[in-house]
Design a protein around this ligand. Structure first.
Ligand code: B12
Length: 358
């Protein structure tokens, strides 16, 4: 998997060429998007190219198709017609043919074609992510409401009271924090709340997770070690923190190093801790290349046998083959599944019927 594709290297130039052509064709745009519109448009096309280059490197049209569907919703919230997005992608397609050419352009254009085909039918709004009939939906909704009202104390009390009444921490993680945070993302994406709300909800949730720690760091040990990290550049850390906590609750010794960890620091930590499993999280598709680079660097180390590598996060949930393409040993879509899969990798749980372990 080649992350340093020629598209990524020429992102700035390509974005500007697309926007020049778009503004030439559309004399109405300066009035519609105002004096800063043109530069914002260059930045947007730059993002499209970042996602496109990762989709090309991973040979995954699905990644780009999902990204474009996501942009459609985002743009609807900002009052930008999806047909403007469609037009800019068509121009991008031409620009790639004219400027990049070869196999890279062919793969990129296949990704754009898949995205363009799906675009008209993709929704421009998203349904709420806390389903009323989901387990503990009442608590998840009340927790979210408290967060959106800026009432961290109420949010914490709601959760702590239910845990004291017997609700397992695992259920709080998977059925309260996870859907509430994903709903926060939907509300931001559709223009209903601000980034400040997103930051507040994150900080509050991390604080409440901290309050539950006495219940996490207790019990039996199984003599296995997990190092858990976000890939370099990645700021989304709640998901991987949940993963680490699930391992801790199952008796693993965990070493959670958090957001945006540089690759050399991850490699060193794995050595120092003699990790059995390295869990790596990436949420932003633009970081997939860095995950592949990390796995390569880990396997190239001559010393002790490398740990098993488990990956997860948003793009891995979209493309079910992506874990394989980045060279990992396995992937899991959620924290509970991650512990089961790692248990099989290290041989403390039997493989599922009909499958052999590595
Ligand atoms: C909070 C948040 C932020 C915070 C993160 C702060 C922090 N300290 O964590 C801040 C404000 C910094 C942020 C920034 C950005 N964010 Co943001 N963010 C979110 C939000 C709302 C919640 C993330 C979260 O905690 N989810 C809950 C956890 C529990 O779910 P999870 O991460 O999926 O994790 C589970 C599984 O995926 C899996 N898993 C995760 N990692 C791993 C690893 C392994 C090894 C395994 C096995 C499993 C596994 O297990 C977890 C537990 O079950 C999401 C919405 C969403 N859908 O998640 C958007 C979201 C991820 N962000 C998004 C975006 C666009 C951004 C920004 C680019 C712009 C922005 N909003 O400011 C920047 C990029 C920052 C960067 N470089 O990383 C988009 C991404 C869309 C896309 N197409 O890529 C989302 C989906 C919002 C949306 N609906 O549009 N964000």
């Amino acid at each position: 998997m080649d992350s340093a594709s020629s598209i990524q290297a020429r992102r700035g130039d390509l974005a500007r060429t697309v926007v020049d052509r778009l503004y030439e064709r559309r004399p109405d745009l300066p009035d519609r998007y105002g004096p800063f519109g043109r530069e914002k448009c260059v930045a947007d096309i730059g993002y499209h190219l970042l996602y496109l280059s990762e989709a090309v490197a991973a040979d995954s049209p699905a990644l780009f198709r999902e990204y474009v569907a996501w942009v459609k919703v985002l743009f609807a919230g900002l009052g930008i017609p999806w047909t403007d997005l469609e037009e800019s992608l068509r121009i991008l397609d031409d620009v790639l043919e004219d400027t990049i050419g070869g196999e890279t352009a062919r793969r990129a254009r296949a990704c754009i074609a898949a995205a363009l085909q799906a675009l008209p039918g993709a929704p421009d709004d998203l349904p709420p992510l806390i389903a009323p009939d989901a387990p503990h939906a009442d608590l998840a909704s009340a927790y979210l409401e408290a967060l959106l009202e800026g009432d961290r104390r109420r949010a914490a009390t709601l959760v702590v009271d239910r845990v004291e009444a017997g609700l397992p921490v695992r259920d709080v993680y998977l059925h309260v924090f996870q859907p509430a945070m994903r709903e926060v993302g939907r509300l931001w994406q559709t223009g209903r709340i601000s980034v400040a709300h997103e930051h507040f909800a994150t900080a509050a949730t991390q604080a409440v997770m901290g309050m539950l720690y006495p219940r996490i760091f207790s019990g039996h040990r199984i003599g296995r070690t997990l190092v858990a990290t976000c890939i370099s550049g990645e700021q989304h850390e709640i998901g991987i923190r949940m993963v680490a906590d699930f391992f801790e609750m199952d008796g693993w010794d965990t070493y959670y190093v958090g957001a945006n960890t540089p690759t050399p620091a991850i490699l060193r930590t794995v050595r120092e801790r003699r990790a059995d499993v390295l869990a790596v999280s990436a949420t932003i598709t633009g970081h997939i290349g860095a995950v592949a680079d990390l796995v390569r660097a880990l396997r190239a180390e001559a010393a002790a046998p490398p740990p098993y590598v488990l990956v997860g996060g948003y793009p891995f949930n979209i493309d079910s083959d992506l874990w394989h393409k980045v060279g990992a040993d396995a992937f899991a879509g959620a924290a509970d599944e991650a512990v089961r899969i790692a248990g099989r990798l290290v041989g403390i749980l039997p493989p599922p019927a009909g499958e052999a372990a590595r």
